[in-house]
Design a protein around this ligand. Structure first.
Ligand SMILES: [Fe+2]
Ligand SMILES: [Fe+2]
Ligand SMILES: [Fe+2]
Length: 424
C-alpha cells in the first residue's frame, strides 16, 4: 500500500485555488489576490502567529466560496456591492460545517459589513474580518481604477465607518513595507505570503472534502454524488478482490472525478430535461476542467482514474474515446460506479431509479459493449451490501446538507434587512 499521501501540504492550496477560479471567470484569482493583500497586512501587523496568518490567508482565499449564483457574482464584482448576505452566509456555513477553519467561520459571515456591526464579536475574528473586507475592496478598487490617490480618498471616506481606523493604518503600513501595488496582481504573489502550508494530512483531506461538498451542494440532486460514487467504487473493488493499492487509487480517483463540475453553470446542472447538443458540449468540458484543476499535481494513475470515468469500452465515451484495454480496471470501476450513482439518485431530469431498473440499464449497457459484464455481475451479486454501506456513508452528509439549508434560511431572514454594511 502506498504511504505517501495523495493530498498534501504541497498540492492542496493549488487545488483549492484552481477550483475556486472556476466558480466564475469574473472571480479568477480574486481570492488569491485578497489572500496576498491580507497576508501583507498581517505581516505588517506582526502580532499574529504563523498559524493564525496561515489560517487567515486560507480564509481570504476561500472568502467567496459561497458565491455560486451568477447574479450574485455580478453584485460582488461591482465596486460597491449591494446585497452581499447570500454568499456571506453560505460561505460562513460552509466553513463552519465543512472545513478545518470552523473557529474562524464568522470572519466570512461579516466580510462585507461595516466595522460597527462587529461590536460584540470576538476580537481576533473581528480583526480578521476587517482585514479581508479591506483587502477585498482594495482588490476590486485597483482592478477598476488603479490610482493611488483615488484609493486614498476612498479609504479616508470609509475610515471609522466601514473600516476600523486601525485596519486602514495596517494597510498603509503594508504599503510602506512591501511593494504591494506592484506585487498584488502577480499570480505568484500569494506564495510570498504563504511560503509553505503547514497542514496535517487530515486537514488537507478536510479541505478536499470541503471542495467536493461545495461542488455537490450546488444542486440538490448531486448533494451526495461524489461520496456515493466513491463508496460504490471502493465496495465494488473489494468484491472484485482488487489489491489495497488499487482500492486506494480508486478511492482518490472517485473523490476527484467531478471536481470540474464547479465550472459548469448551475442552469445546465439543474436543467430539467434532455440537454441540447450545445449544453451537452459544455457539460462534457467538466472532465477538461478537472484535468486543469488537478494541474499535474496528483499521482498519474489516480489522475487517469478521475479523468476517464466517461470513457466506454466500445470507444463511444469521452473525452478521448478510449477503447477496451486502454481503460484500466480501476478506471472502469469508477466509471461504472458513477453511472450507478446517477441512476440511483434523483436528477433534475429524472426520479431515482429502483434496484431493478438500475440493474437492467447496466445489463443493457454491458450487452452493448459499453461497460464490463464482469463488473455488472459483481455489482448485481452484492448490490444490497453495496447499497447499505452507501447509505451509512451518505446519512451524515444529507443531515449536514439539510441542517445547513435550514440555517441558511434562518440567517438570511435575520441579516437580510440589516443595511449597516451599505456604503454611504
Ligand atoms: Fe464577498
Ligand atoms: Fe462526470
Ligand atoms: Fe460523476
Amino acid at each position: 500500500m502506498k504511504t505517501a499521501s495523495v493530498i498534501n501540504s504541497d498540492n492542496i492550496s493549488g487545488l483549492v485555488q484552481r477550483t475556486l477560479n472556476h466558480v466564475d471567470v469574473r472571480l479568477t484569482d480574486h481570492g488569491k489576490r485578497v489572500a496576498y493583500l491580507a497576508g501583507r497586512m498581517l505581516e505588517a501587523d506582526g502580532s499574529f502567529s504563523v498559524k493564525e496568518k496561515q489560517d487567515i490567508c486560507l480564509l481570504a482565499l476561500l472568502h467567496d466560496i459561497g458565491a455560486y449564483k451568477t447574479e450574485e457574482i455580478n453584485e460582488m464584482t461591482r465596486f460597491e456591492s449591494r446585497d452581499i448576505w447570500e454568499h456571506s452566509i453560505f460561505g460562513y456555513l460552509f466553513l463552519y460545517h465543512l472545513s478545518p477553519l470552523k473557529d474562524w467561520a464568522q470572519t466570512i459571515l461579516f466580510h462585507h459589513v461595516s466595522a460597527s456591526t462587529l461590536d460584540g464579536v470576538d476580537e481576533r475574528i473581528a480583526m480578521a474580518s476587517q482585514i479581508i473586507n479591506l483587502a477585498d475592496r482594495v482588490d476590486i478598487f485597483w482592478l477598476n481604477y488603479p490610482v493611488q490617490s483615488a484609493l486614498d480618498k476612498y479609504l479616508s471616506q470609509k475610515r471609522d465607518d466601514r473600516f476600523r481606523g486601525s485596519v486602514v493604518d495596517l494597510f498603509y503600513k503594508a504599503l510602506e513595507k512591501y511593494p504591494v501595488m506592484e506585487e498584488w496582481k502577480d499570480a505568484q504573489a500569494f506564495q510570498k505570503v504563504v511560503q509553505h502550508m503547514d497542514l496535517t494530512v487530515e486537514q488537507c483531506e478536510a479541505y478536499l472534502n470541503m471542495l467536493i461538498f461545495a461542488i455537490d451542494f450546488r444542486s440538490r440532486h448531486t448533494v451526495t454524488h461524489t461520496i456515493t460514487t466513491t463508496s460504490i467504487a471502493t465496495s465494488l473493488a473489494r468484491f472484485m478482490q482488487m489489491t489495497d493499492k488499487q482500492i486506494h487509487d480508486i478511492h482518490y480517483g472517485a473523490l476527484l472525478h467531478d471536481l470540474g463540475k464547479i465550472g459548469i453553470p448551475v442552469e445546465i446542472l439543474e436543467f430539467p430535461g434532455k440537454l441540447s447538443p450545445q449544453a451537452m458540449k459544455i457539460m462534457r468540458t467538466h472532465v477538461d476542467i478537472t484535468e486543469e484543476i488537478l494541474g499535474g499535481t496528483i499521482d498519474p494513475v489516480i489522475t487517469n482514474i478521475a479523468l476517464r470515468h466517461h470513457e466506454k469500452l466500445d470507444g463511444s465515451g469521452y473525452p478521448k474515446g478510449l477503447c477496451g484495454d486502454a481503460i484500466t480496471l480501476e478506471e472502469q470501476v469508477v466509471g461504472v460506479s458513477d453511472i450507478v450513482s446517477a441512476l440511483l439518485g434523483t436528477r433534475s431530469y429524472k426520479e431515482a431509479y429502483s434496484k431493478e431498473k438500475t440493474l437492467s440499464i447496466l445489463r443493457e449497457q454491458a450487452g452493448n459493449g459499453k461497460i464490463s459484464p464482469e463488473l455488472v455481475g459483481v455489482l448485481e451479486k452484492h448490490f444490497d451490501e453495496i447499497l447499505s454501506e452507501l447509505n451509512v456513508k451518505c446519512a451524515p452528509i444529507l443531515e449536514t446538507y439539510y441542517g445547513l439549508t435550514a440555517e441558511y434560511d434562518r440567517l438570511l431572514e435575520k441579516y437580510h434587512n440589516q443595511k449597516t454594511f451599505m456604503p454611504a
